[in-house]
Ligand binder design. Structure first.
Ligand code: PEP
Length: 262
C-alpha cells in the first residue's frame, strides 16, 4: 500500500503582490478541501510568505519558499537564509531551472543549499532536469545523474529519504517552451532518478524519497503523470496562479487516489 501523501506544489514565481497572493490563497481555500492523503503546498514570493503564514488554514496548505541562500547568517546583502525561513515554511524549492539558467546557480551552490535547508529543519524540493539541447544530444541521463549525485552528496540516508526531488525537463516548463512530456518519457526518468538514489543510499531510501513531475501541468493532463508508478505528485507553475485550475489538479489527485494505481 502506498502510504505517501500526494504532494501538489504551486510555484507562483515572481508573480502577485501581497494583496493578490492573499486573494489567491483565499480563493484556493474555497475550492480545496483538506484531504488526509494530499498535501498542498503554496510557494509565493518572499514578501507574501509572512502574511500568508498567518492567513492560511494549516490543515489545508503548507508554505514553500522559492529559493534561499546557503549561509545561515552574515553580511550577505539582499539574501534570505534558510534559518530565517525556518519558522515560516515547510519546504524550499532548490535548483529550479530558472535559478540554474538565469542566475547561473552551479551544482556546488545547489549542493550547499540542499545541505543548509536540511540543517535548518526544512524539506528541500530539489529540481532537476535536462535542457532541450542536452536532450537532443542524448545527455539526459548524464545531466540527471550529475544533478542528483552532486546535490545529495553531503546528506545522510535519513535526510535523503525525507526530501523531495522534482523532475522538471527544462523544455517542458512553460517559460522555456512548454512542450508536453509524454508520460512514458517521464516514467523512465523518474525511475532513473530513483535508481541514482538507490545506488547512493540503498533501495529503502530510494523508495521513501518523494519524486514529483513538473512541466506545464494543468488540471486536464495532470492525471497522466500522477498515475505513473513512482510519481508522488507534481510541481505546478503557470496553472497554480489560477485557483480553478489548481483546485482541479488537487481534485484530480484526490480522485486518482481512490482508484488502484496501474
Ligand atoms: C515550474 O515553474 O516549476 C513549472 C513547472 O512551471 P509550469 O507549470 O508553468 O511549466
Amino acid at each position: 500500500m502506498n502510504t505517501k501523501r500526494t504532494l501538489i506544489v504551486g510555484n507562483w514565481k515572481m508573480h502577485l503582490t501581497v494583496a493578490q497572493s492573499s486573494l489567491l490563497a483565499h480563493r484556493l481555500h474555497t475550492v480545496i478541501a483538506a484531504h488526509r492523503d494530499i498535501e498542498v503546498v503554496l510557494a509565493p514570493n518572499f514578501l507574501a510568505l509572512q502574511p500568508l503564514s498567518l492567513e492560511i488554514d494549516r490543515r489545508r496548505f503548507r508554505l514553500a519558499a522559492q529559493n534561499a541562500y546557503f549561509k545561515d547568517e552574515g553580511a550577505y546583502t539582499g539574501e534570505v537564509s534558510f534559518s530565517l525561513l525556518s519558522e515560516l515554511v515547510h519546504y524550499v524549492i532548490i535548483g529550479h531551472s530558472e535559478r540554474r539558467i538565469y542566475f547561473e546557480e552551479s551544482l556546488e551552490m545547489i549542493r550547499d543549499k540542499v545541505a543548509a535547508c536540511v540543517r535548518n529543519g526544512i524539506t528541500p524540493i530539489l529540481c532537476v532536469g535536462e535542457t532541450s539541447a542536452e536532450r537532443k544530444v542524448g545527455e539526459t541521463k548524464q545531466v540527471l545523474h550529475d544533478q542528483v549525485v552532486s546535490a545529495l552528496s553531503n546528506l545522510t540516508s535519513e535526510e535523503v529519504a525525507g526530501m523531495v526531488i522534482a523532475y522538471e525537463p527544462v523544455w517542458a516548463i512553460s517559460t522555456f517552451g512548454g512542450e508536453l512530456a509524454k508520460p512514458d518519457h517521464v516514467k523512465g526518468d523518474i525511475d532513473f532518478i530513483r535508481h541514482q538514489v538507490a545506488e547512493l543510499y540503498g533501495s529503502d531510501t530510494a523508495k521513501k524519497v518523494r519524486v514529483l513531475y513538473g512541466g506545464s501541468v494543468d488540471d486536464h493532463i495532470v492525471s497522466g503523470y500522477l498515475e505513473l508508478p513512482g510519481c508522488d505528485g507534481t510541481l505546478v507553475g503557470g496553472a497554480s496562479l489560477n485557483y480553478q485550475k489548481f483546485g482541479g489538479i488537487v481534485e484530480a489527485a484526490y480522485r486518482l487516489n481512490r482508484k488502484p494505481k496501474k
